[in-house]
Ligand binder design. Structure first.
Ligand code: URP
Ligand code: ZN
Ligand code: ZN
Length: 482
């Protein structure tokens, strides 16, 4: 018989005792949910891994900390596959590094991130940015992390480096851009898609039609139209939808290369993806909370600069079309594209000209509570679908499953406990990023993450960060398989 201590729902003593990193933990009587079902169960964690999941687990012979999760949901930790920590976008460097970004992620119920690396010097190898970003994250990340490779140009050397990136470095996905400084033309896109398919990597794309953006932006600025709302008018949704359709067709032509559309913001682009899937094409779609909850009316506000990102916020009607995609299964993941700049200083670079405003919004901490509240609690999606969108599909598509995104025995004990009765109104004071605002200020949530565990360690509890810089580990990902 042992002396196991049970911690009740406010968990404050658990933190006071610093026992969150004990060898064994029992999470008792939770509503345990994965991408398939929800049931009342206990979860035993040993050495950072899930050791047992059962209706009742006896720990008479095991020294462990017991957490009473009665009335709490216990779900796989969130996996945010689209962040930009410490990114230099030319106009500014984002204000969250791998410490403040992952601290915020942990407090919002996320236990792993995959960061989209920024561009390196022109002509650099695929390994260049990986080394730079490993340096950024090591000793800083508080939760587990990986990176998407970034393709800035295509030549024989780059094509030949792809295999080693996947097999030796564990980088099983890459992003290419159809706009911005290192945009690729059709020739390069086709070659990248073909080779990435051959080496077992998933191509992800930022799809926007660069030519029309360039023309429209120049036209608007020449007319003195410099306010934030003209950012949205310079890149209408057809810019994005055209590029989505082009990428889908190029992927088909490139031997049916698998394709993942990032940060989809509109219904027309989604319809193109739906058509491709109906045709059995390997296309997956990600959206973000800003496109589900905000719209282009925000650009008319006095603080409209806060909402400058690309693709921009869309007309109100687009939001419902995206929700429909979450409901009918044609959207696969919900990420954040967290790319934070301070409003007081960095966003003000665009005060006289929207084109000088660094693009991006914070969101890594609010993804799980907002989707839970707006999706599950408002009855649009159920809990298994919530898990599918936030954890299971991200893990499957990006080579992390079943170590991540699952509650199987042997999986990493990455968990989030949600209190579905807790009500919170989002305000930046609650959050743990390094920005000075949240685009979701004032939105009321029902349901809130009350505890986050990464590999069995309590990294956030009751709104407090309890993790450590450097605890996060680089995740070597498996090659892509559908
Ligand atoms: O405006 C945005 N989304 N900034 C981040 C970079 C990107 O395009 O994903
Ligand atoms: Zn992008
Ligand atoms: Zn992005």
């Amino acid at each position: 018989m042992n002396n196991n201590t049970t911690y009740q729902t406010d968990y404050s003593e658990l933190l006071a005792g610093q026992e969150g990193s004990a060898q064994a933990l029992l999470i008792r009587h939770g509503q345990v949910g994965d991408h398939q079902s929800v049931r009342t169960a206990d979860i035993l964690i040993q050495n950072g891994k899930i050791a047992q999941v059962a209706a009742q687990i006896s720990v008479q012979d095991i020294d462990c900390v017991v957490i009473d999760a009665t009335d709490k949901l216990v779900l796989p930790g969130g996996i945010d596959v689209h962040t930009h920590f410490n990114i230099d976008v030319g106009l500014a460097r984002s204000c969250d590094d791998f410490y403040t970004g992952t601290r915020a992620a942990a407090c919002g119920g996320t236990t792993s991130i995959i960061d989209h690396m920024g561009f390196g010097p022109a002509g650099c190898s695929l390994f260049h940015q990986l080394e730079v970003y490993k340096g950024y994250a090591q000793d800083k990340a508080a939760i587990d992390y990986s990176f998407h490779g970034v393709i800035q140009h295509i030549d024989d050397e780059i094509l030949s480096q792809m295999q080693a990136m996947v097999s030796d470095q564990g980088i099983a996905s890459f992003k290419l851009y159809l706009t911005y400084q290192h945009k690729l033309d059709d020739d390069a896109v086709y070659k990248a898609l073909s080779q990435l398919k051959k080496v077992g990597a998933l191509t992800t794309v930022h799809p926007e039609n660069d030519a029309t953006i360039t023309i429209k932006r120049a036209q608007l600025l020449s007319e003195g139209k410099t306010e934030p709302k003209y950012h949205a008018q310079s890149r209408p949704l057809e810019c994005e939808a055209e590029a989505v359709a082009r990428m889908i067709n190029l992927a088909k032509l490139a031997d049916d290369a698998p394709l993942y559309i990032v940060h989809l913001s509109n219904g027309l682009g989604l319809d193109y993806a739906r058509m491709a899937r109906a045709n059995q094409q390997a296309v997956w779609v990600e959206t973000c909370l800003q496109y589900l909850l905000l719209d282009d009316n925000y650009y008319d506000r006095e603080d409209g600069l806060k909402f400058i990102l690309s693709p921009p916020l869309r007309p109100e009607a687009e939001k419902e079309k995206l929700w429909q995609g979450l409901i009918d299964g044609s959207i696969d993941t919900v990420a954040t594209d967290h790319c934070a700049f301070t409003y007081a200083e960095q966003k003000q670079l665009g005060a006289d000209n929207f084109a000088q405003c660094p693009n991006g919004l914070p969101g890594v901490e609010t993804r799980m509570p907002l989707l839970f509240s707006e999706g599950v609690m408002k009855g649009r999606i159920d809990i298994p679908r919530f898990v599918e969108l936030t954890s299971y599909q991200p893990a499957k598509l990006f080579g992390l499953y079943p170590k991540k995104g699952s509650l199987e025995v042997g999986a990493d004990a990455d968990l989030v406990l949600f209190d579905s009765n807790e009500k919170q109104t989002i305000t930046h004071d609650l959050l743990h990023d390094n920005s000075d605002y949240t685009p979701f200020e004032g939105i009321s949530c029902t349901g809130w993450p009350v505890m986050t565990l990464c590999r069995g360690a309590v990294v956030a509890c009751n709104g407090k960060f309890t993790g450590q810089a450097g605890f996060g580990r680089f995740m070597h990902r498996k090659p892509f398989s559908a």
